[in-house]
Write a protein that binds this ligand. Structure first.
Ligand code: NAD
Ligand code: GLY
Length: 347
């Protein structure tokens, strides 16, 4: 088991983490938030661990639940269940559950205890750690949210056994992103590129990614100084493609975005060489064929609304060399022309 601390949060990672730490959570009044799929798979484990009469809110699965409606349903049910100031919200599920349950915990009685128990690979390596909570609003992702740190995060790889392959690929997207940010993770991924679907390896590399994220977040918890922004490597273009083209998972889009952004970096004289070839081969272990999108210039409109942007320029975080990344700011026309160039090269 690996123990990581992020300010006042304790992050327990590894096999057996749930069995060891979850039963200790019953020392407070509990309110569990989960989704329909996760509840279907783990309801007996939840009842066995927290008791058959524990208060549970079961959301429909997927991003469409990260809304005002479900946030207020959670708050309403917490009030109806008589949750008091000392209560604890447990977010048991993927990033959707983690984000909305975290926001509910931050709002209820101006803030109650929160524990994240992530059950997807993406939530384990990224979203459950660092305290970002949110709902989508007015068709903008994560428009309403807070920074609200969980007191504990319980990361147990046993939950990955029931995860569909697509969701594993989604988490791998974020893991490879950490490889582009951190030299040790990069080297470990290269050395073990044939083990990306091996659960023991995923357990080890997840702890490395969480350690990296915890370090970054402790230096820039509120995303104010440019350090936390680096965690969005690959996300400007990835997110724009996700919004415009859809159909793949978020993590796959992060990898596709990273590929296009590395092309941009190389075109303006940053990065390249064996380092880039290696990163591309890692990306291609998850995404065999990088899509050559039609009408790619239309995705630029989505990139123009990225929260990282400064003025009218598009912000892109790119890897430069092992463990080093930088932010580049591009005029929309320049960004669009470079995306088209990269796409044409893929045809
Ligand atoms: P998700 O929560 O929708 O989960 C993906 C799917 O997997 C769902 O259908 C869910 O029911 C299912 N699932 C969950 N655990 C399972 C298990 N153990 N076995 C089988 N099925 C399981 O999506 P996600 O990819 O986990 O998270 C995406 C969300 O995370 C987005 O809303 C994104 O904005 C957010 N996010 C937040 C942060 C942050 O820092 N707060 C960072 C990255 C992403
Ligand atoms: N996932 C980006 C962040 O937590 O800042």
């Amino acid at each position: 088991m690996t123990e990581i601390t992020l300010n006042d949060s304790a992050i327990h990672c590894g096999k057996g983490a749930f069995e060891k730490y979850a039963p200790r959570l019953t020392d407070r009044q509990l309110f569990i938030v989960t989704d329909k799929n996760v509840f279907g798979l783990y309801r007996h484990l939840l009842w066995q661990t927290f008791g058959g009469s524990v208060a549970i809110k079961i959301l429909p699965a997927g991003e469409t639940s990260k809304t005002q409606r479900y946030l207020f349903e959670i708050l309403e049910e917490m009030a109806e269940a008589g949750m008091e100031r000392g209560c604890r919200v447990i977010a048991f599920g993927g990033g959707v559950v983690g984000d909305i349950a975290g926001l509910a915990a931050a709002l209820y009685m101006r803030g109650v205890h929160l524990v994240q128990i992530p059950t997807t690979l993406l939530a384990q390596v990224d979203s459950s750690v660092g305290g970002k909570t949110a709902i989508d609003f007015k068709r903008v992702k994560n428009l309403i949210g807070t920074f609200y740190q969980p007191e504990e995060v319980i990361v147990d790889p046993m939950f990955l056994k029931t995860l569909p392959k697509r969701e594993i690929r989604c988490g791998l997207g974020e893991i490879i992103k950490y490889g582009a940010l951190n030299k040790e993770i990069y080297e470990k991924l290269l050395k073990n590129s044939d083990k990306l679907n091996n659960f023991d390896f995923l357990e080890e590399i997840s702890a490395d990614c969480i350690r990296h994220k915890a370090e970054i977040v402790s230096g820039d918890e509120r995303d104010l100084y440019g350090l936390r922004k680096t965690l969005n490597l690959g996300h400007t273009t990835g997110h724009a493609f996700e919004l415009y083209y859809g159909r793949k998972s978020h993590g796959e889009f992060v990898l596709i975005g990273t590929y296009y952004e590395m092309y941009i970096a190389r075109a303006i004289g940053l990065g390249g060489g064996a380092y880039y070839d290696n990163l591309i081969s890692l990306i291609k272990t998850v995404i065999k064929n990088i899509p050559a999108y039609e009408n790619i210039e239309n995705a630029v409109n989505f990139a123009m609304h990225d929260k990282k942007n400064t003025g009218k320029k598009i912000s892109v975080i790119v890897p430069v060399s092992e463990g080093v990344c930088t932010e580049i700011l591009l005029e929309p026309d320049e960004y669009s022309a470079l995306l088209i160039e990269c796409r044409d090269m893929l045809l």
